[in-house]
Write a protein that binds this ligand. Sequence first.
Ligand code: CP
Ligand code: NVA
Length: 318
Amino acid sequence: MITFPPDYLSVDDLTAAQLIGLLDLADELKAERASHHAEGTSAVRDDLAGRTVAMIFEKPSTRTRVSFQVAVTELGGDPLPLSSAELQLGRGETIGDTGAVLGRYVHAIVVRTFGQERIVALAQAADVPVVNALTDLEHPCQALADLQAFREAHGSFEGRTLTYVGDGNNVANSLLLAGAKVGLSVRVAHPEGYAPDTTVVARAEQLAADTGAQIVVTTDPVAAVAGADAVYADVWASMGQEGEAEERAALFAPFQVTSELMSHAADGAIFLHCLPAHREEEVTAEVIDGPTSRVFDQAENRLHVQKALLATLLRRDG
Ligand code: CP
Ligand code: NVA
């Protein structure tokens, strides 16, 4: 058995078996929580009893912040949310020193930041597990929730296709790696000049060669959506790119997910979005608020997959 890695900085840190294992555990935790809620009993476990998880946010967050906080609480631990503005980090202390110090106090660190090199530096300096809660390069916890939602809708990955339409950003990069690992074909349709990271695409192609998944990167949204089992959208301008929003809006307009675009997908296709969404920009209200949308299942699943991840990373028997 391959040892679970100390950190989760990229989808590529985990093997396919480890990813599937996390999804299976997330399904169990989701069912367990639902039955506790139905019976009115406490869903709090003791996986993280006596342990504190710091959460550093250098960018805004609704889902990640709240789902991690609730996840730690429901695993019996103590969450410690921190914004960079209230840390010395906001006054120039290095991310490495921040990680080294926090690692002396807490049992894990969850980080949302800008460049991937920042989280890598923090993880190298901290002696405790570090989890990527979004960087400019990847959003690996989101990809776990997305895979869980996809499997809930379709039952399996192999022979199926997820099409991401829009900016080749952090969410697209993590989906490419996650799909390739579990045998789910991933197509990305992007405007010229907004392709996913070339190193990530090459790695996804390499992984897909082993699992039988197909990786397609194209500028044709209709061809990419044809026959897909899920169509995925994200904002056109990510956090940190607000200044480019206007210029992007014009370029990305042909990549809006509409009912017409969805009509090219397979029967039973679902619509996915990591949220937050901008209705009538990357997706029409008709699609995101329509019957094929699973966006709130995805958002809910952040809680379950992150519980599975933290319980596994901090398992007492190693
Ligand atoms: N999907 C996601 O990560 O949302 P937040 O930015 O609200 O955390
Ligand atoms: N690509 C988006 C995802 C937000 C959850 C961003 O980085 O802002």
